[in-house]
Design a binder for this molecule. Structure first.
Ligand SMILES: *Cc1c(COP(=O)(O)O)cnc(C)c1O
Length: 366
């Protein structure tokens, strides 16, 4: 089966060298040498400051909410955060899990990111934050969102799980917002098997979060704040350092796959529209078909031919009842029903890709 995504496996020899070091130092976690090294190297690679490594991308979001103080109730009622229904479940469920009510507003039909024009109407007395997603690595309208946040004194936390290495107007997209979070799950562009990071705008917020990820413990006998365990281990950092060493191969491989898809499918199918000033990371290749019926049929046809395409992100999250919000968001619902992500990873064989493309292009008939 050709999967939709495949973890990038770096040179085993390289990984073993790092593991030798771990055995020598006999230090496995708690802000070890490799975690510190990966922090510096990622700040350098991404062109950002105040980066904090954590154990996964979901806790990255939760720690960001708490470090920015948006989780507490407002006048005895749950705080609210405005977010998008067109995303992976963790964006919204992490809010709800932390007692913050997600409030969905609809997306832009072209970029598939939260539409700034819909935000202000959803702001209430209880709104504390906006949590937009740079979905599939596309840039949200960061200028418009920042302006609305300033006007209403709201915090902005970007779920940038897909936006590793993406640049906007020549600078890291991750510099926008009070915080931006990354996921380093195995199937993401850059990974540490499981892991994540938060990039904070302000150093003091990063320092607060740093205490939170280690139970609030700040010294051998001092517990300064309420915390949780969200530390990255040395083994995860070792994987990350190796993947980072080979980032060029990884991105160039994906870029080749991405460009071949785009050349053939871009003529006839609806693709995500990205701003001109965006330097993309080639992490995903979603297509939108004319109808849900076609998506189901094409996915089945691909599966019969040993190809696993996935319906990311389906369903639109307002239909997930445990989130407590069932107001239909029509554009998100429509795009979610017609979207399909095609396999993309750095060593996807061109013969396999040609096969995928010919199935996608074949007349399906209704
Ligand atoms: C992967 C992902 C997450 C969750 O990250 P984990 O590291 O798996 O916890 C959150 N948001 C989005 C948009 C994601 O794609």
């Amino acid at each position: 089966m050709i999967p939709v995504a495949k973890p990038y496996l770096p040179s085993r020899e390289r990984l073993e060298k790092y593991i030798d070091g771990i055995y020598e130092r006999q230090w496995l976690t708690n802000n070890g040498q490799l975690v510190q090294e990966l922090t510096r190297r990622l700040e350098d690679y991404l062109g950002v400051e105040n980066l904090l490594l954590v154990s996964n991308g979901t806790l990255a979001l939760q720690i960001a909410y708490r470090a920015l103080g948006i989780h507490g109730p407002v006048n005895g009622q749950p705080a609210e955060a405005i977010t998008t229904p067109f995303t992976f479940i963790a964006t919204a469920s992490s809010l709800k899990w932390d007692g913050i009510q997600p409030v969905f507003v609809d997306i832009n039909p072209q970029t598939w990111c939260l539409h700034p024009a819909n935000i202000e109407a959803a702001i209430t007395q209880n709104t504390r934050a906006i949590v937009p997603v740079h979905v599939f690595g596309n840039a949200c309208d960061v200028e418009a969102i920042d302006a609305i946040a300033q006007k209403h004194s709201l915090k902005v936390i970007y779920d940038a799980a897909h936006a590793f290495g993406v640049k906007y107007k020549g600078e890291s997209l991750l510099k926008h917002g009070d915080a931006a979070t990354l996921s380093f799950h195995a199937t993401k562009l850059f990974h540490t098997a499981e892991g994540g990071a938060i990039i904070f705008k302000r150093k003091e917020d990063m320092e607060r979060a740093k205490k939170m990820i280690n139970f609030g413990i700040t010294g051998p006998e001092t517990i300064e704040a309420l915390g949780i365990n969200a530390k990255m281990s040395e083994l995860q950092a070792a994987m990350g350092l190796c993947v980072l060493d080979e980032m060029d191969v990884n991105v160039q491989g994906r870029k080749a796959v991405w460009c071949r898809y785009e050349k053939v499918l871009g003529q006839t199918l609806q693709l995500q529209v990205r701003p001109k000033e965006l330097d993309y990371n080639y992490a995903y290749f979603p297509i939108v078909l004319q109808s849900e019926k076609r998506v189901v049929r094409l996915a089945a046809q691909l599966r019969e031919n040993g190809v696993l395409a996935r319906r990311y992100f389906y369903p639109s999250l307002e239909s997930v009842t445990c989130l407590g919000l069932e107001v239909s968001q029509s554009i998100s619902k429509d795009i979610a029903s017609r979207i399909l992500c095609l396999p993309i990873f750095s060593d996807l064989k061109s013969s396999d890709q040609a096969r995928i493309v010919s199935i996608v292009m074949s007349p399906l008939g209704d």
